[in-house]
Design a protein around this ligand. Structure first.
Ligand code: WQD
Length: 342
């Protein structure tokens, strides 16, 4: 393929796994990550896995000059995969302005650059949270977009609408990839989820409780109208998510837009409750986890899981990892991290 791709947020969790998959599929990758929510040590992991040192532009994409400098140095960028955004549901409820400013300004600058430099192919990191509390499950791409349950989800809804308007105005090729709950780590345990502060997502909180870094997991609510009273989510291995981005870009670069869609759900296609995740983690890793049931968390939807049929059929993409693989690889990564930091 030997095409050059700009991956914004490429030092982040999903971004770094996608960089590895792109390189292993013959792409040349340039990263733009201001390291505000990621650790440059991730680049060492990418190099250890792929043998490639990846160039990173560490400026803030919310500054137009930072974006122009990237395209002036690399006018041959064939596609952009835009991950760079804040993504914590709970935090966005407390800091809405920070989320709207960061997530939307960086997107607007990149879209401006696409127009200025004539770049056609734009893959947007969106989220199942655009569906809000979906009426029917599994949710497919035609499900109505309901009121966002958090400012984070709202920035993804607005981002999708901005991109659609840019396509209408000047024919920007784009795909909106709506992730469900990415989790797990690269099988080598050389890269994985690396939250800068205390993790807000379930799986890293579980693994850090299991290694003793954190004292106890709080399960936010066990009085929901679900089988065991805890929320339901669609956990998908980060490696499957990464492969879907490579498949999406390959599709955009090799097939006419009449042969693919604009929106794809990236989920495993089944719902697992928080308690199921805890119990499966204990079983697969032979560990007793210290947890308690606590109050519900603002911004949480009760249940959501996706229908991934369209992505599987149109992007030539298949899931390779199971729910158990997610929880095993996440723990293996956490143990490796703890050993490295000792
Ligand atoms: C999952 C469940 C919590 C932590 C994530 C990403 C978001 C988007 C959607 C991609 C919820 C419960 C959590 C804890 C808990 N992904 N939980 N104790 O909120 O679904 O959002 O997926 O775009 O970017 O953040 O994921 O892992 O925070 O929560 O009980 O300590 O686990 O209440 O029910 P969420 P999460």
């Amino acid at each position: 393929m030997d095409k050059k791709v700009l991956v914004t947020g490429g030092c982040g969790y999903i971004g770094s796994h996608t960089v590895v998959d792109l390189i292993e599929n013959g792409f040349e990758v340039v990263v733009a990550d201001n390291l505000s929510r990621s650790n440059p040590v991730v680049f060492e992991g990418i190099e250890a896995i792929t043998g490639r040192k990846v160039e990173n532009f560490a400026g803030d994409l919310a500054e137009p000059a930072v974006v122009s400098a990237i395209f002036e140095k690399h006018p041959d960028i064939a596609g952009i995969i835009h991950f760079a955004a804040y993504k914590m549901v709970g935090e966005s409820v407390l800091e809405p302005y920070m989320y709207y400013r960061n997530n939307l300004n960086s997107l607007l600058n990149l879209l401006e650059a696409c127009k200025q430099f004539g770049l056609q192919n734009f893959v947007f990191s969106s989220s199942c949270s655009v569906y809000g509390n979906a009426d029917a499950l599994p949710v497919n791409e035609n499900a109505p977009i309901k009121d966002a349950e958090s400012p984070y989800a709202h920035t993804k809804q607005i981002g999708e609408q901005i991109i659609e308007q840019c396509n209408a105005a000047y024919d920007l090729n784009y795909m909106l990839l709506r992730y469900f709950n990415p989790a797990g780590a690269h099988p080598s345990a050389l890269i994985g989820e690396l939250p800068i502060d205390r993790p807000q997502n379930l799986v890293p909180y579980i693994t850090k409780t299991a290694t003793g870094e954190l004292e106890q997991l709080s399960i936010f609510g066990n009085d929901y109208p679900t089988e065991d009273g805890t929320c339901i989510r669609d956990y998908i291995h980060v490696m499957d998510i990464a492969a879907a981005h490579t498949a999406a870009l390959k599709t955009m670069l090799t097939k006419p837009s009449s042969e693919w869609s604009r929106v794809y759900n990236l989920g495993a296609g089944e719902g697992k409750s928080v308690l199921e995740a805890v119990q499966t983690f204990e079983k697969i890793n032979g560990i007793k986890l210290n947890y308690r049931f606590a109050e519900r968390r603002a911004g949480d939807v009760i249940a959501i899981y996706g229908d991934n049929k369209k992505a599987r059929e149109e992007l030539n993409w298949e899931l390779k990892y199971s729910f158990e693989d997610i929880l095993k690889s996440a723990y293996d990564w956490e143990v490796a991290l703890k050993e490295k930091n000792q």
